[in-house]
Ligand binder design. Structure first.
Ligand code: C5P
Length: 328
């Protein structure tokens, strides 16, 4: 679980008349107190994999109601951020394929924090990408969650965790998960979270084919089956399996594989290859295109990852984490 985030202080107008609650411009106040540029914060944001993903139904709002088990892993991006009070947002990113303008989730995260931090909130940041995008690893969502927490930390804002999660959910369905990390059940569109038994063992090999898959494409395919049976996930049974892993096998699947695998032979091939290495478990993560396998021994995972990397593919060894964001 993430560190509890304290509540935001809202200033009450001292003037007589109706009591007006207004948001203190925390960014401007911080700048007035210290005319020097605030010290940069170093934010590490983990990737996630979905240990399980079932699609329950299509909703009226276009999203799908899902039931998924998120797991954060220590494959992580690093963001250096300086908060400013000039309402400017400047982003530098080591991955040239990622937009650095208002489409960037970190940019949107700063804008989303202005109602609580003040209209003058700005930031200068440098994102060092290690998590491939279009991979189902939640890299952008993790970055956004990291920025939300960095603003709270940097400006000493006391934001109610539920409010922060609501802000996060406006940026992406899995942003609320990244505010916590660890092993979590996600319901609704993925934002309704229940902590699960943490996965303590297992070493992940994450491999991404050349192709990237946009999440909306995967969810728009009619080829995945809906999980209409009730009761759906048995939380107690799933927790007991997680607690005993790898002694007990994970009885999970990713329903989006049924849409992605036939359309992307490269994903199908990588999954087959990973399975032939006889891991404890292998699956696609999220809407792909990355796939992963879990091994019991690190040296075996390193050996398998090296073989994929030698072919020029993204391949990384990672361990499960209890938190998704670290701020120094
Ligand atoms: O919430 P996020 O921005 O990550 O979602 C991207 C897209 O993925 C949505 O616009 C929607 O098409 C699809 N999606 C969905 N059901 C979910 C999550 C995402 O249909 N639970």
């Amino acid at each position: 679980m993430g560190k509890p985030v304290p509540r935001i202080r809202e200033a009450v107008s001292p003037r007589p008349g109706p009591r007006v609650h207004r948001v203190r411009d925390a960014a401007a106040t911080a700048a007035a107190k210290s005319p020097h540029t605030p010290a940069p914060l170093h934010v590490t944001t983990c990737a996630k994999v979905n240990l399980s993903l079932e699609i329950i139904r299509r909703r009226e709002d276009g999203y799908h109601e899902i039931e998924t088990i998120f797991q954060s892993i220590d494959l992580a991006d690093a963001i250096e951020i300086e908060l400013t009070s000039d309402a400017r947002i400047e982003i530098e990113c080591t991955d040239a394929s990622i937009p650095t303008d208002e489409r960037n989730l970190c940019h949107r995260a700063i804008v989303a924090m202005r109602p609580v931090a003040g209209a003058s909130l700005g930031a200068r940041m440098r994102i060092e990408k290690r998590i491939p995008s279009g991979a189902g690893l939640g890299g952008g969502s993790g970055n956004a969650a990291g920025i939300l927490l960095a603003v709270c930390r940097g400006l000493r804002l006391d934001v109610d965790p539920e409010k922060l999660a609501r802000i996060g959910a406006t940026l992406g369905s899995d942003v609320p998960f990244f505010l916590h990390g660890g092993t979590m059940l996600g319901r609704g569109r993925g934002e309704l979270l229940t902590p699960m038994e943490p996965l303590k063992q297992g070493v992940f090999v994450v491999v991404k084919p050349e192709v990237s898959i946009p999440t909306p494409w995967a969810y728009a395919q009619p080829t995945f089956g809906l999980t209409s049976h009730r009761p759906r996930l048995n939380l107690r049974a799933a927790n007991s399996v997680l607690a005993r892993f790898p002694r007990s096998a994970l009885p999970f699947r990713n329903a989006l594989e049924a849409a992605v695998v036939p359309a992307f032979p490269a994903v199908a091939r990588l999954l087959e290859e990973l399975l032939s290495e006889q891991p404890c478990f292998a699956s696609m993560t999220g809407s792909g295109s990355a796939v992963y396998a879990i091994f019991t021994h690190e040296d075996r995972a390193v050996e398998v990852a090296r073989r994929f990397a030698q072919r020029g593919l993204f391949a990384s060894v990672a361990k499960p984490t209890r938190q998704a964001i670290e701020i120094r």
